[in-house]
Design a protein around this ligand. Sequence first.
Ligand SMILES: O=P(O)(O)OC[C@H]1O[C@](O)(COP(=O)(O)O)[C@@H](O)[C@@H]1O
Ligand SMILES: [Mg+2]
Ligand SMILES: [Mg+2]
Length: 281
Amino acid sequence: MNTLDEIEREVKDTAHYVSSNLANYAHRAAGENPSGESQVGGDVWADDLFFDSLSGIEGVGGYASEEREGIEDLGDGYTIAIDPLDGSSNLASNNSVGTIVGVYDSELPASGRNLVASMMVLYGPYTTLTVAREDRDIVQEYLLRDGHSERWGTFTQPQDPTVLGMAGKWSQRSEAMNELAQEFARELKPRYGGATVADLAQVLEYGGLFGYPATNKYPDGKLRIHFEAGPLAYLVEAAGGASSDGNQSLLDVEPDEVHGRTPTFLGNESLIQRLEEGLAE
Ligand SMILES: O=P(O)(O)OC[C@H]1O[C@](O)(COP(=O)(O)O)[C@@H](O)[C@@H]1O
Ligand SMILES: [Mg+2]
Ligand SMILES: [Mg+2]
């Protein structure tokens, strides 16, 4: 097995375990993460599980997590950047959550051009793992069930966009952003779920746009470039979709810190292009 196979294997095994134990963490609070946001118990628990399983792989040289301040130095090899539980505020209300794993062929900070693989687990009505890798030309989805994984399908960005998942309060977004959101909402079905993984999954399945723009509360956007925006951009671009920070592909964003944030847009190329044009006016 090569290192990417081993990482995929460990992510599958750990995700299986996470999916069957999430209920234990529905209402457990924890502390604060390095971005200053409150953690739920599930964030810390999932981070420990993924660290234990991924740090044992010989070809993994570093482990960075949304839930840890620094980067764990594990020697030579790929750097993992992980959001162990994405959308964790959805846990209490029993809505979907996810896990995002970016595999970088460099130390961090690094742009998404250094990604060699991206994996996204969706803990929904059933649990799936979606994988894009530099050594594969398809984006593969697996079903994780009863300790087994089976090939479930592949993703190619659908041509006809249908859904819109746009985060942020109207009162906290720019006028230009609100105009675009309104224009898109006339053409697409607004459906925002509050976990980026789930909101991207519907965009990959039905076509459309996901956005977490800059807001008054989060002037640089809310999503973290290494842990969320970059790896998900790698996935959607591998499927034939597009990504943007409002101005350029998210893969071209050069972060200057490990926990840096960025406005994030993922989806059909035609919509991303209109968005960039609209924001530039
Ligand atoms: O509650 P909001 O502002 O809509 O934020 C939801 C967004 O924040 C996130 O939950 C951030 O992820 P974490 O739960 O990993 O911190 C995204 O998945 C989601 O898009
Ligand atoms: Mg997240
Ligand atoms: Mg998280």
